[in-house]
Structures are given as structure tokens and as C-alpha cells.
Write a protein that binds this ligand. Sequence first.
Ligand SMILES: Nc1ncnc2c1ncn2[C@@H]1O[C@H](COP(=O)(O)OP(=O)(O)O)[C@@H](O)[C@H]1O
Ligand SMILES: [Mg+2]
Length: 231
Amino acid sequence: MSVTPTSGTVPDVGHRAVSGRDAEVLLVLAGRDYSGMVIRARGVERRYGDKRVLRGVEFDLAADGFLLVTGPNGSGKTTLLRLCAGLAIPTAGELAVTLERGRIGYLAHEPLVYRELTALENLDLYGRLYRVPERRERTGMLLERFGLWDARHDRADSYSRGMMQRLALCRTLLHDPDLLVLDEPYSGLDEEGAALLDRELEERRPSCAFLVSTHDPERIDRFATSKLALA
Ligand SMILES: Nc1ncnc2c1ncn2[C@@H]1O[C@H](COP(=O)(O)OP(=O)(O)O)[C@@H](O)[C@H]1O
Ligand SMILES: [Mg+2]
């Protein structure tokens, strides 16, 4: 992924529509401050064979921005988030992410944890991988926050879907990322889990950039500084 200096300003592009047959992209609200951008997307396209999944995607995400990505199933939300997390590359256009991989926290549809390890072992492993300072304290704090402390010695494969999502969130947040890329983070969570995530987003909101996909925009609408509707 290319690293570009973040200088200059981009003109306000509120309500700018970018037409495309396969993916109609509408930037509903424009972020206000473009200095200190972490992502800049211009004409981003992604094809799989003959199929064009994304076309003409344009947005800027500031270091303190929160971009909400909405759209029906199959509209390319996961594809776009994977591109921004550096797990795939665009087939056309320009996508600049000004952060190192290690500063990004990516929550996928899959929990990306080792099922045969316990919750504690999983987080410890990721903590080592990301060289997290005060790994044990952070691990304990997150397990506590997400209501998994009592189940910390249980293997991940014994976890319910909701517990697995909570564990995946702990893994995503462990290294205190500067950019959180969250793919439908509320999916699988019960109301209590969803409230815990609300609190987490609320607290991190000022100090982190967010790229979040959802099929339930109302829940996190209040956090968004800009929106991207894929269709
Ligand atoms: N690796 C892939 N190979 C082929 N097609 C893919 C691949 N990943 C996604 N697609 C296709 O891209 C489209 C958008 O998928 P996705 O990004 O998962 O949408 P969403 O997250 O909005 O439901 C779907 O039609 C899907 O089948
Ligand atoms: Mg998806």
C-alpha cells in the first residue's frame, strides 16, 4: 500500500455523486478537515474476473474522521474494507493509506482467532505479534471490558457467536490502533455486547480514525463524520 504525504486541502465534495452502473457511489456528507488524512480514495475500482464489485469510489478519511459505509448485501462493503486494510489491491484508481499495517485494527466477518486456543492465549499471541506494551494488563482490561474475563481460560471454539465477536473485538483493539476498520461490528452481538461496543467507539472516537460498515446505520449514525452508500 502506498504511503503519501498528507498535505493540502481537498475541496468540499458534499453531495457529490459518482455514477457507475454496478456501484452507485454517493458521498452524503463531506468531512470538514482534510489535513492529517489517513485514507484517500480516488476512482477506486475492484473487479473479480468480469465482475466489477466497486467502481468510482472516492472519499477522504481524516485522522479523527468516522466514515460509515452502508449498502445491501453484495454491494462491496467487505471488499472496500479489505482494500483499506491492505488485504487486497484495487484493480484501478488510487487508494492511499498513510498508516503502517501495524497501526490498523481490522475486524472481519470471520473472527480471525485460533479456535483451539483460549481467549487469553489468543490475545497473548496477538499481543506478542504486535509488540503491545503492557500486554498482560491490556489483555486483562479488554477481556474485562467485554465481559469475557470469567471465560478467559475457555477455548475459543467453545464460545458462542456473540462471545466470539467480543473476542474478535478485543483482538482488533489490543494494539490500540490509529485506524479501526470494522466490518459490521455489531453482527452477532446481543444488546449488552452492542452497548459495550457503543461505549468503546464513544471513548475511542476522538483519538482514532474509523471506517465502519453496517447494515444498521441508525445505531452508529451519531458517530459518522461522512457516509458512503454503496449500491
Ligand atoms: N474473492 C472474491 N472472488 C470473487 N468474487 C468476490 C470475492 N470477494 C467478493 N466477491 C463478490 O463481490 C461482491 C461484493 O461482495 P462483498 O464485498 O462481500 O459485499 P458486502 O460486504 O457488501 O456484502 C459479491 O458479489 C461477491 O460475491
Ligand atoms: Mg460484507
